[in-house]
Design a protein around this ligand. Structure first.
Ligand code: MN
Length: 415
């Protein structure tokens, strides 16, 4: 049995200001998210998948436009007879006015099943020999832990009480894996790897976190640790987050994927992550310490971008760090208006100013030691015999003042 999993596309969401995108590029990025969702769906056809699993945050409820719902309906209808399962998340939760709710007017095709009861529900798929159990979030998000929620819904009893239990049980929900939750994310349907493993599902498609991450069967990990056995053919995958389909902010850098998954009749799971994002957000860090001219600083930035692997269609965010000498004022306007990339932005906010020696000399009353040190170093620099000696003295000033200030000493990178 083969499935495609994608989630957290957040269609129509507000694009964060952190990337410095002008409105036109924000609109383009919102369009890109659609392309990424389309690509994930095409993957279902290309790979002849039986199921598409979407564990939540397909769109942002507050901003979703009627034409986006129409777009999804038509996209999913074209996938028939592939079955699509949607487990609403905290951003597309089952609140009044949700297009997921009966009576909303949204005409979802027959091959789409939306878990919209607010409690666990099981859909048997006889021809595939599997059952998909899922839940959608109610308005404010469900905060009960997974085992309690499964237990209280009577869902497990339902499964075990069947005359011929489905050989492959799949779970789909939007939840928070303990120990991996980014600080800004709500804690919805929390679970530990152990708790998930104990539920006995062959595979859990989980949404909410925006990076790809596999969940392995704890028992097998323990076994490997205690016996030193190498990975068995079944590498113990019991679930995964696909992450989001398209990066929209600085916390969503790199490849964004959909999962192509295979579940063998014996329950063995294999996953492949396939990039579906239209463009990547590429974060570049560059230390400008010791760059003696604006041109040298900009050259460092350009080299760092060139070495980052950013492609023409990508969004590049440069974070300039280190300490820059006074009077060196690099201007990124040229770099930021380049059409070599979709977008380039240089963030100077983490850059520090290097010491201004003449200012330090005149500050003798407040800091006599620093002032005397600066005066002596200026004399030495003025008397330097060659460039090399001047460079060494510049380093000595930096290290000396940093030490006097009790600053953490970073090795100086001299051009
Ligand atoms: Mn979420």
């Amino acid at each position: 049995m083969r499935f495609i999993q994608f989630a957290d596309s957040h269609l129509d969401s507000v694009i964060s200001g952190a990337l410095g995108l002008p409105d036109a590029k924000k609109a383009q990025l919102r369009d890109d998210i659609r392309r990424s969702v389309e690509r994930a769906c095409s993957l279902a056809v290309e790979r002849q998948a039986d199921l598409v699993l979407i564990p939540g945050d397909l769109f942002d409820f507050e901003c979703v436009r009627p034409e986006t719902v129409t777009f999804l309906i038509s996209l999913f209808r074209d996938l028939a007879p592939i079955r699509i399962f949607i487990a609403p998340g905290n951003h597309d939760s089952l609140r009044p006015g949700s297009p997921y709710l009966p009576g909303s007017g949204a005409d979802w095709p027959e091959n789409v099943h939306i878990f919209n009861l607010g409690e666990f529900e099981t859909v048997e798929i006889g021809e595939l020999g599997c059952a998909v159990m899922g839940i959608g979030h109610a308005h404010r998000g469900i905060t009960e832990r997974l085992p309690a929620l499964l237990g209280s819904a009577g869902a497990l009893r339902l499964r075990s009480g069947q005359a011929s239990p489905s050989p492959i049980n799949i779970l789909i929900f939007h939840g928070s894996r303990d120990g991996h939750r980014p600080a800004e994310k709500e804690n919805v349907i929390p679970f530990s790897d152990k708790e998930l493993a104990a539920q006995g599902f062959a595979y859990a498609a989980v949404g909410h976190y925006h990076s790809f991450g596999q969940i392995l069967r704890q028992a097998q990990d323990d076994l490997r640790a205690s016996t030193g056995l190498s990975m068995a053919q079944d590498d113990g995958v019991i679930g995964a987050y696909s992450g989001c389909v398209q990066g929209r902010g600085l916390d969503e850098t790199g490849e964004k994927v959909a999962i192509v998954g295979e579940i063998d009749p014996d329950g063995c799971v294999r996953l492949e992550a396939v990039e579906v994002a239209e463009r990547r957000i590429v974060a570049v860090e560059v230390d400008l310490t010791g760059a003696s001219t604006a041109a040298a600083a900009l050259a460092r930035i350009e080299n760092a971008i060139a070495g980052s692997g950013a492609r023409e269609r990508d969004i590049v965010n440069v974070s300039a760090r280190g300490a820059l000498a006074p009077g060196v004022e690099p201007d990124a306007a040229g770099l930021e208006s380049t059409d070599r990339y979709f977008h380039v932005r240089v963030d100077w906010s983490r850059l520090e100013r290097d010491y201004d020696l003449s200012a330090l000399v005149s500050d003798s009353a407040a800091a006599p030691l620093r002032s005397a040190f600066a005066r002596r170093m200026i004399e030495l620099k003025n008397a330097a015999r060659d460039e090399e000696e001047a460079g060494t003295l510049a380093d000595a000033v930096y290290y000396g003042l940093a030490a006097l200030d009790g600053r953490h000493l970073e090795p100086r990178d001299v051009d």
